[in-house]
Design a protein around this ligand. Structure first.
Ligand code: NDP
Ligand code: GDR
Length: 372
């Protein structure tokens, strides 16, 4: 039987890696678009790499960039995909305030480039496309929980760029009859989440503090509330969206929201530490109240959390909580992970990672400085 062919932009990212694994297990031939980089950027997908000389390979990588139309058109012409998952993006909300023009180009116009390439090559009737839309579109709270019909009010250059991408996807569906869908995904995390997103920053720092490798963690807005799910559940949904009879837009969320502060508490609870927060706003601090795990050398009363206003955003999204009823009822989506499972998965992995660092440090290993 002919394998289905999928093309994933952003294959080296968190979702790209989980989705590649998922589609390969389903028997797809998977093509990923990766950017040229001066250092290896394939750490998350190295385990999927196949020697191109093996018989019947099913995983391929192509150099490409969402800011380069001719390159995208050539890749599509070569691959002739049945399904495209457009996951590539400058995906950091805070960084988008520093790089607004690039963000608009990659995250907004990049989506247009892909849609136009499909049209230019006459693939409208063959190729289905999934656009990685985001709960950031809701921005300033209009209604909760947020659904497919909640009005958008984007609050960052990232969200504004993604709003263009959302509507151009809808427009190409309506104008040219293309099978083009938006998945409006709420925050989803995993052990391979980028280290500068708040959850991973916290799980890494918690592990390091517990093992005595770090003194303190500086965070921004502790009051922000997010609807956090597990990336594994969410990539499964991306695939389900493209298998539906009709091309539509879908909210994917857990329906529960948690503050950044409570996420910190959950992570420390994993290592047996109870935290106490004192003060407000930029003066808020977190202290160790108790520790019931003798494995960790924790100093009671020590200040380990502080707020650094440099992590505040010029405009913030205070509250996200999604309602995925439509996806559950029409597509039968049932998430396997709740927030406690997510924290467990991330913490277990980061503890192992940091224990390696601790062994190396305790063993007297030092990293060679090439510039000495
Ligand atoms: P990541 O930041 O982990 O991955 C982004 C990917 O896009 C990386 O592979 C990156 O390459 C690639 N990329 C960035 N810019 C370009 C470009 N100009 N051309 C080609 N590739 C590029 O994001 P996630 O995996 O977390 O998210 C996947 C998508 O889903 C993104 O579009 C994000 O905006 C969106 N989204 C994510 C949510 C989440 O909570 N994770 C929620 C809702 C939407 P490199 O590795 O070289 O940097
Ligand atoms: P977000 O994720 O902006 O929701 O975008 P992030 O983890 O960066 O921030 C979540 C919330 O935590 C607050 N915060 C901090 N954030 C970071 N990064 N670092 C900190 O030190 C810190 N302290 C507090 C933030 O202000 C924010 O309120 C993610 C990305 O994956 C997007 O691509 C995606 O579209 C959305 O999720 C849904």
């Amino acid at each position: 039987m002919q394998k289905k062919v999928a093309l994933i932009t952003g294959v080296t990212g968190q979702d790209g890696a989980y989705l590649s694994e998922f589609l390969l297990k389903k028997g797809y031939e998977v093509h990923g678009v990766k950017r040229r980089s001066s250092l290896f950027n394939t750490g998350r997908i190295d385990h999927l790499y196949q020697d191109p000389h093996v018989e019947d390979p099913s995983f391929f990588l192509h150099y490409g960039d969402l800011t380069d139309s001719t390159n995208l058109t050539r890749i599509l012409q070569e691959v002739q995909p049945d399904e495209i998952y457009n996951l590539a993006a400058m995906s950091h909300v805070h960084v988008s305030f520093e790089m607004p023009e690039y963000t608009a180009n990659a995250d907004g116009i990049g989506t247009l480039r892909l849609l136009e390439a499909i049209r230019f090559l006459g693939l409208e009737n063959k190729t289905r496309i999934y656009q990685a839309s985001t709960s950031e579109l809701y921005g300033k709270v209009q209604e909760v929980p947020q659904t497919e019909t909640t009005p958008f009010y984007p609050r960052s250059p990232y969200a504004v760029a993604k709003m263009y991408a959302y509507w151009i996807t809808v427009n190409y569906r309506e104008a040219y009859g293309m099978y083009a869908c938006n998945g409006i995904l709420f925050n989803h995390e995993s052990p391979v989440r980028g280290e500068t997103f708040v959850t991973r920053k916290i799980t890494r720092a918690t592990s390091k503090i517990a093992l005595g490798l770090q003194e303190k963690i500086y965070l921004g807005n502790l009051d922000a509330q997010r609807d956090w799910g597990h990336a594994k559940d969410y990539v499964r949904m991306m695939w389900m969206i493209l298998q539906a009879d009709e091309a539509e837009d879908w909210v994917i969320a857990t329906g529960k929201t948690t503050t950044v502060r409570d996420f910190v508490k959950m992570c420390f609870a994993h290592v047996g530490v109870d935290l106490e927060f004192k003060g407000t706003g930029a003066d808020e601090k977190g202290y160790i109240k108790s520790c019931c795990n003798p494995k960790y050398q924790i100093e009671l009363g020590k200040e380990i959390i502080a707020v650094d206003p440099k992590y505040f955003r010029p405009t913030e999204v205070e509250l996200l909580i999604g309602d995925a009823t439509k996806a559950k009822e029409k597509l039968g989506w049932i998430p396997k992970y709740d927030l406690a499972d997510l924290v467990e998965d991330m913490m277990v992995n980061d503890i192992i990672l940091m224990e390696k660092q601790q062994y190396l440090k305790d063993g007297g290993y030092r990293i060679k400085n090439y510039f000495e």
